[in-house]
Design a protein around this ligand. Structure first.
Ligand code: SF4
Length: 363
């Protein structure tokens, strides 16, 4: 097969949703990277996979998946053509696991090595890491990539076993993620991320966010991504309903609370393990903790300000900067601040309350 055609096919297959949206243009996507937002080609080295994860288009037993393998030098050459034509500015390279995770990783590393050495490519590379590889292999991958990722897929071992019997968080994924975090202590500006699938293993939001907190605080991951499950025909989960995008959205909002706003998962407003879907989790948390409000905006420190519904990191800094220039006495002094009506519900200005409980905008 013509190498460019093969690369196009692998790139389409690399994004599961390309089964639904079979257009190569959608396989080049704008991703936020440690170097800013860039058009990235996400592609696969191999669609052969020895594993049999229940949700996956590449699972071993799915007969209708086209099975393709592209050699590292062919992939590198094809990518460089796209790069030189200005179509892409980065590569996200993944693969099914073939022969052995070490063998697969060796080929992924070889591809990145060709790009860096033969083509002197200095742009963005995101390498997917195969679980169960050696420390030396992880070191080589981290050295070549700007970003590395190993997906946890489920929040704990029990949930993972339900959907991917050939994978183990305890034996392979968490030990490898721990090793990568250690390696990354020797680098600046490289990032380490993971992904969890939402709605595939009957997991609760509480389980997911508890595991995210562990990944951020103990294992120092830069980001956890949440991906709402969508069933793939010809897999054991083909009749499972897709997960709602709203659940995914609420998980991202709650994730921000843990990652950036100092919340712990135990503080989040779960109802039987679920986040409320009809409102922002910070607002739901505030409604459960009305005894903490209103806060005096002229005295609240940064950590308290970012807990006020409607106040993000930039808004908190802006409020602190304005009050350094003089006391904030009325809503006029907060003119131009985003979400002001919502914020006024939870604060006082020099002891006076300007909020209107019914004015909350739910997002
Ligand atoms: S190991 Fe990866 S590519 Fe293979 S079946 Fe599982 S999720 Fe799919």
């Amino acid at each position: 097969m013509d190498p460019q055609k093969k690369l196009r096919l692998l790139s389409k297959l690399a994004r599961f949703e390309c089964e639904r949206e079979p257009d190569l243009g959608r396989c080049i996507y704008n991703a936020s990277t440690p170097r800013g937002r860039k058009p990235i080609l996400k592609t696969m080295l191999s669609t052969y996979c020895d594993k049999n994860c229940d949700y996956c288009i590449f699972r071993r037993d799915r007969d209708s998946t086209p099975r393709l393998f592209i050699k590292p030098d062919t992939l590198a050459r094809g990518f460089m053509e796209l790069y030189r034509r200005g179509k892409v500015q980065g590569l996200f390279l993944s693969s099914g696991v073939f022969v052995h995770p070490e063998v697969t990783m060796e080929k992924l590393i070889e591809t990145a090595d060709i790009l860096r050495k033969r083509y002197e490519y200095k742009g963005y590379i995101h390498l997917k890491l195969m679980p169960g590889v050696s420390l030396q292999t992880l070191e080589e991958a981290v050295k070549l990539a700007d970003r590395v990722s190993m997906n946890i897929e489920a929040p704990n071992e029990e949930r993972l076993k339900k959907i991917a019997k050939g994978k183990s968080l305890r034996k392979e994924i968490i030990p490898n993620i721990t090793q990568v975090s250690k390696i990354l202590e020797n680098y600046e500006r490289k990032s380490h991320i993971t992904q969890v699938m939402v709605g595939v293993s009957d997991e609760s939001d509480e389980e997911i966010l508890k595991s995210s907190e562990y990944l951020y605080r103990k294992l120092k991951l830069n980001r956890v991504y949440y991906s709402a499950f969508y069933p793939v025909k010809g897999t054991p989960l083909e009749n499972k309903p897709p997960e709602s995008k709203m659940r995914e959205h609420r998980l991202y909002q709650a994730d921000f609370l843990i990652r950036d706003y100092g919340f712990s998962w135990e503080e989040l407003p779960f109802e039987k393990g679920k986040l409320p879907e009809d409102r922002d989790p910070k607002e739901a948390w505030a409604e459960r903790n009305l005894h903490l409000f209103p806060v005096e905006i002229n005295r609240a420190d940064y950590e308290l300000l970012v807990r006020v519904p409607g106040v993000g990191k930039e808004t908190a800094k802006e409020i602190i900067s304005r009050r350094l220039r003089g006391a904030l006495k009325s809503p006029e002094d907060l003119r131009g601040i985003r979400n002001l009506r919502k914020i006024l519900r939870y604060v006082t200005l020099m002891g006076r309350y300007y909020g209107c409980p019914s004015s909350t905008n739910r997002t």
